[in-house]
Write a protein that binds this ligand. Sequence first.
Ligand SMILES: Nc1ncnc2c1ncn2[C@@H]1O[C@H](COP(=O)(O)OP(=O)(O)OP(=O)(O)O)[C@@H](O)[C@H]1O
Length: 334
Amino acid sequence: MTDPMLLDVRGLRIVLRQRDRDVVAVSNVDLEVGRGEILGLVGESGSGKSLSMLAALGLLPRSAKVDGSVRLAGQELIGLRERDMRRIRGKRIGMIFQDPMTALDPVMTVGAQIVETIRLHEPDLSRRAARRRAVDLLGQVAIASPEQRLDQYPHEFSGGMRQRVVIAMAIANDPELLIADEPTTALDVTIQAQIVELLDRLRHERRLGLVLITHDLGLVAGLADRVTILYSGRIVERGPVLDVFAEPRHPYTRGLLKAMPSSDETLDRLVAIEGTPPSPAGRPSGCAFHPRCPMAIDPCVSDEPSFRWFGAGMAACHRAHELEPHRQEVVHAR
Ligand SMILES: Nc1ncnc2c1ncn2[C@@H]1O[C@H](COP(=O)(O)OP(=O)(O)OP(=O)(O)O)[C@@H](O)[C@H]1O
């Protein structure tokens, strides 16, 4: 029998309570991540990226209604009891969030925090053994003099080093899957590159699956194997990064790629997508992107497009098949 997919999300639908009414924030979302594979989850603010991952972690607000299936190596997570979910969160699924400062406790040494994370899931492990593992983990995320560093507080670390500590904590219990929400956004460019290299090394060495939630298509181009683009809580395009970025089939994907800085462009030449994304309560009819789409025609206003395959990827756009291949330069750097 073949191994089940590491993360397999099918038909995810999330309904939230907003001002006394139910709104569909995420619908019909399918995601797959294999071992050692990186999936980029992309979309503007409010597109449902974080909600989808919070659903996988069982961290949605109580009032949220979740349908569909989220399987981790074959095990269904939707509907799992909180105490079972707690054994999975931080153990089988590690998490890295945008701002390392909020993930770290400022009044505890870095060592104490890593030891606590380890012992949360292995209470029988001695402090000494947990500390030895913490030293090893800091070494793995390339922090020099780990023994001394363990006794320091987060403010004694630079921003990039703090994010390395957060990554060390995320991998402390040897997870199978990492969920990283904008892991490099708060860091400057050279540090970003180091964190990207580190994540890439970890997925190869540990065969970690990684969901990379980001606005940054450059990061996805440099790191991810596959990409899923969300707009207003639904998938608009998905497929291998090389295919989707070289020949985007959805006008939204094209818009995002055009708005992306490349090495030979200055920021003021970038073309951002006009308008703003809708809120879940104000989702337009038909294709939700139609009010902002330069190619919209009548059916886009009335009918929600279904997916069509294009090579190994797919896009939900009434006019996707008319789009001329539109080669982008972004993937050539790889
Ligand atoms: N607890 C909540 N109650 C009500 N609405 C919520 C809640 N959490 C998120 N939303 C709404 O659901 C939508 C999707 O939010 P989500 O955080 O998943 O977006 P995102 O794509 O991760 O955006 P960002 O890039 O800004 O983090 C947003 O419109 C948001 O306002």
